[in-house]
Structures are given as structure tokens and as C-alpha cells.
Design a protein. Structure first.
Length: 244
């Protein structure tokens, strides 16, 4: 479907269960996914833009679908910084939109996005980058459970060579948060977090909560047997073993 939409230079929203690609003249101009921090989070968390300036841009230029242009023209954000964060958010969300298990796709023609065209990306470039990222994750660690399940620390001691990014992730591993949750807390692209999570999983430092082995529980006594030693029962068992 995406190849056909690109060929016909379609404008609208390409939607799947894990997010949306927004097209203009057959190119991708924006992408969003509940699995990733959006452009606002990346800009404001990093200090490149204040939340107030972001809201002002939406109010002033959102109805005309030119928020990106407004941020640059008004001097609120350098063009290079906007393009860098915009492409990061676009490829980040596209990775999940185009990933396996995303369900059927549908397209709404004629829907214009409020951001406008910051730096349009050809559809085939988005597809190639998505495939490259999927292959990279597989090379790091082939099991994908840690990508979406709540994360837990294992009992393995920490490696002293862990990077600051990996240590920051570990601070938020609590058995409840997923990699996507941690990305939003840190204001980082979700794919970058997945790379570090897979490396931590490969090192045996984190695991998906549902995959963590539970220690075997040994009953203190068998049903129907008193808590103290039954001498007669032990004697009968010993005699039976000696008779074998």
C-alpha cells in the first residue's frame, strides 16, 4: 500500500495499530506512535524549546498546518535543530508503525498534518531504515520480549563498563515500566532505548518480567504430615530402602 501511495503522490494518513505515517505528495512528513516520545517531548525534554513556545506555535500555526515553519521563522528554534529532532521522531515512530504485528493498514486521503512539511522523506527511505533498525536489534539480541514487556533487574552484578545511557535506563527499571515508558521519562527516542535494553538483556542484566525465572518453592512439610519428624515413618522408609 505504501509503495502505491508513494507512486500516486497521495496526501493523507497511513494508519496501523501502532501508529500513523502522515504523507504529503507521496512522501512521509511526520509519524507518531504511542510507543515513542513525540516531537514535543524530544524538543522540550532536551531544552531546545520551552513548553510555552511549543503551545504558542500550535495555537498560532496549527490550523494552517505550518507549525514547523512558524518555529523557525519566529526564531524559536534553529532550522537544523528542528530538522534533526523531526527526523529522529519520524524514524522512531515509523519503526513501530511498520513493524511486524502492526495489524492491517488503512489510509485516509486528504488529511493534512498540523506540523507541515519540515523535511519530507521518501517512503522507500523510511522502509529501508526500518528494516536496518530491525536487523540491528536482532544482531544485538534476538529475543524481542524485552522490547514491550515490563522490565526487571536480574541478580547479575552490574558491569562497570556500562555507559551513562544504560545506567540511566537501569534507574527506571522497576518491574512496571516498559522500554517505551522509560523513553518517555527520559525524553529519548524509543529506538535508542531499545538498543540499550537489548544490550542489557544480552548481558543478562535485565529481562522481561514475565520471562524472569521464579525460584522454586519447597514446602516446609507435606500435607498430612506434622511439622516435627515422624520417627516411625522414617524408620519404615529406611527399612523399605534396605529391602530393595
Amino acid at each position: 500500500m505504501l509503495d502505491r501511495l508513494a507512486a500516486e503522490k497521495a496526501t493523507g494518513s497511513f494508519m496501523r495499530e501502532r501508529g500513523t505515517l502522515h504523507l504529503s505528495d507521496g512522501q512521509v512528513i511526520y509519524a507518531d506512535s504511542p510507543e515513542t516520545p513525540d516531537l514535543e517531548a524530544l524538543l522540550t525534554a532536551g531544552g531546545a524549546l520551552s513548553p510555552e513556545n511549543w503551545r504558542d506555535a500550535l495555537d498560532e500555526a496549527g490550523p494552517e498546518q505550518r507549525v514547523g515553519r512558524f518555529l523557525v521563522d519566529s526564531g524559536r528554534l534553529p532550522k537544523g535543530a528542528l530538522e534533526l529532532c523531526h527526523l529522529g521522531a519520524l524514524y522512531d515512530a515509523a519503526f513501530f508503525v511498520l513493524g511486524p504485528g502492526g495489524g492491517p493498514a488503512r489510509f485516509r486521503y486528504g488529511v493534512a498534518h498540523w506540523m507541515g512539511a519540515v523535511r519530507p522523506v521518501p517512503v522507500d527511505a523510511v522502509q529501508r531504515e526500518t528494516s536496518r533498525r530491525r536487523e540491528l536489534l536482532h544482531e544485538i539480541w534476538p529475543e524481542a520480549e524485552a522490547d514491550s514487556e515490563p522490565l526487571v533487574r536480574t541478580s547479575l552484578p552490574l558491569d562497570t563498563n556500562l555507559s551513562p545511557r544504560q545506567r540511566a535506563i537501569l534507574e527506571h527499571v522497576d518491574g512496571v515500566r516498559t522500554a517505551a515508558d522509560i523513553s518517555r521519562v527520559l525524553g529519548r527516542p524509543a529506538f535508542h532505548t531499545l538498543v540499550d535494553v537489548r544490550r542489557l538483556a544480552a548481558a543478562g542484566i535485565v529481562a522481561a518480567a514475565r520471562r524472569t525465572p521464579r525460584p522454586a518453592t519447597v514446602p516446609t512439610r507435606l500435607p498430612g504430615i506434622s511439622a516435627g519428624p515422624d520417627v516411625a515413618l522414617l524408620r519404615r522408609l529406611r527399612n523399605a530402602l534396605e529391602a530393595l
